[in-house]
Design a protein around this ligand. Structure first.
Ligand SMILES: Cc1cc2nc3c(=O)[nH]c(=O)nc-3n(C[C@H](O)[C@H](O)[C@H](O)COP(=O)(O)O)c2cc1C
Ligand code: SF4
Length: 504
């Protein structure tokens, strides 16, 4: 029988303290927690940072890093006598090629020094600008009360910035309508989708916007408990948050803010996988419904928001919902767009929701070379042809174009890139990051990637014979969004760039 939840929740932290998953560490943690050894072993092995703790140089395999020579860099590091581990994404696409040293320190091999972040004054809309250390929006929200704040959220049109674009006010309303009074607020800072690094910038440069947003949410839904689940590779970002929490301790005294570091599993960004991980288990998505607002962390009502979503809340409370709404162009609000790849000034740009790729790239210093394609919202969004450069980068327009806004991790590819190879890099990501829980995703991600690899080796399009059927089965038969869209890099590349998939 399992020991009480609290013991179980400590498993991953205790394994980390013991230096990873070994027979001795598993035995010791089992004795400390009462959780069976096999269970601890299985949990630890799920997480790459626990399974292979900091003994190797980690070289990023994300799309942008691959475009800028990750394979060659990994070869050079290996030749220098160091052990290399290839990892899915380090969230540093603007600094590609990115690596983490054996001591988890970020080392980048970028030639660009022109990145712009949300802290730049001339780009300021709501996330940038002066930090109000008085947390006046929190005080105002308390005076207004939950109903009035939720009404402003509704007017603001704020949609979740974590990928799905779900209206924020629905979740808040659902939470306050629950009969259960033990409730939680969780911030999803697990950002690990290749192409995406906006939450990183927000935590580094505007941590108080995020903390104040979390405090407003907690105060209004009636809880002290705030959890921030942050990807394990974001060492500097954890430090920035700790400093900010200390700076705001007077304002946050009514809350228990707990930072929980992830351990190298992209799937833990999916909200229910995140909750499983918080509970000390393998990060495998749950079947929904029930949704976290009804049954979330410890089976209690839980409000989960992305970093950017929650960081918009203080400004909405301060200026009113209409103000935020009017910042957008085709949809409500401003948006943090990440841009990397073949542009002159990769970085994070805060712009009206609905700008076009051309406008974004203009901010980012222009295209490098002749643009061919772009991936508009992280690996999950597949590829679009550059002829779509004037499409509004918003939730509805991108969905209508057969893609998605996702995490707004935009990567531009110029005509030096072979789209079959670009698809291969993205397919490898999904194959590696599938949690393995459902067969269509576990088997499908391997099959699709292998067939594309065969094509790259043999140049024979017959290798794609069954890929569309398998993609359909993955979309229909997977539990979570990962499996549903994992074939998209290949299907979209073949649709828009048929000349890259002909007999070679
Ligand atoms: C495979 C997968 C990975 C995800 N990764 C993230 C992530 O890293 N960060 C995030 O905020 N949301 C991520 N999401 C979306 C979350 O499940 C959830 O919708 C989000 O945290 C809700 O917050 P929001 O309403 O503020 O967007 C992911 C979803 C899927 C299917
Ligand atoms: S779709 Fe893939 S990642 Fe999602 S639960 Fe199933 S196996 Fe896991």
């Amino acid at each position: 029988m399992l020991k009480p939840t609290a013991d179980r929740e400590r498993i991953i932290e205790l394994l980390e303290h013991e230096g990873g998953v070994t027979e001795a560490s598993v035995r010791k943690v089992a004795a400390q927690t009462g959780v069976p050894e096999a269970d601890i072993w299985g949990t630890g092995k799920f997480y790459t940072l626990i399974n292979t703790p900091g003994t190797r140089v980690r070289v990023c395999d994300g799309l942008t890093c691959q475009m800028f020579g990750a394979d060659e860099l990994a070869r050079q590091i290996t030749e220098s006598g160091k052990e290399v581990e290839r990892v899915s994404c380090l969230g540093q696409c603007d600094l590609a090629v990115a690596t983490l040293s054996e001591d988890m320190e970020l080392v980048t091999y970028t030639k660009k020094e022109t990145n712009i972040s949300p802290a730049s004054d001339d780009l300021a809309i709501n996330l940038a600008g002066e930090v109000d250390l008085g947390y006046s929006a929190l005080a105002k929200a308390r005076l207004m009360g939950a109903d009035a704040v939720i009404e402003q959220l509704k007017i603001s049109g704020l949609q979740g910035r974590g990928g799905a674009g779900f209206p924020a006010h629905f979740k808040w309303t659902s939470l306050i309508n629950q009969a259960e009074t033990e409730r939680y607020v969780v911030c999803n800072a697990d950002e690990a989708e290749p192409g995406t690094f906006k939450d990183r910038e927000t935590m580094l440069r505007q941590p108080h916007k995020m903390l104040e947003g979390l405090a407003i949410a907690a105060a209004l839904i009636g809880t002290r408990e705030i959890y921030i689940y942050i990807r394990g590779e974001y060492v500097n970002e954890v430090a920035a948050l700790e400093v900010a929490i200390d700076e705001a301790k007077g304002q946050l005294e009514d809350f228990n803010v707990t930072i929980v570091r992830g351990h190298g599993a992209y799937i833990c960004g999916e909200e229910t996988a995140l909750l499983e991980s918080l509970e000390g288990k393998r990060g495998m998505p749950r079947l929904k419904p029930p949704f976290p607002t009804e049954s979330g962390f410890r089976s209690k009502p839980t409000l989960i928001h992305n970093v950017e979503t929650i960081a918009c809340v203080p400004s909405i409370v301060h200026h009113g919902g209409q103000w935020f709404h009017d910042l957008g162009r085709t949809e409500a609000g401003s948006k943090l767009y990440c841009i990397s790849g073949h542009v002159n000034q990769p970085g994070v740009y805060e712009l009206p929701l609905g700008v076009t790729l051309d406008e974004l790239v203009e901010q980012a210093g222009g295209y490098v070379g002749t643009p061919l394609a772009f991936s508009p919202g992280g690996a999950s969004s597949g590829f679009l042809p550059i002829s779509q450069r004037t499409l509004p980068l918003d939730y509805k327009s991108l969905a209508a174009a057969g893609s998605m806004m996702g995490s707004a991790g935009i990567v531009v590819l110029n005509d030096t890139v072979d789209m079959a190879r670009a698809a291969d890099w993205q397919l490898k990501f999904f194959e590696r990051e599938s949690c393995g829980q459902c067969a269509p995703c576990r088997i499908g991600t391997q099959f699709i990637r292998r067939q594309n690899e065969k094509y790259i080796q043999l140049g024979d399009p017959a290798t794609f014979e069954h890929t569309e059927d398998v993609a359909w089965e993955m979309e229909e038969g997977s539990i979570c969004g990962l499996g549903m869209i994992a074939a998209k890099p290949l299907t979209s590349a073949r649709e828009h760039f048929p000349e890259h998939f002909k007999t070679r």
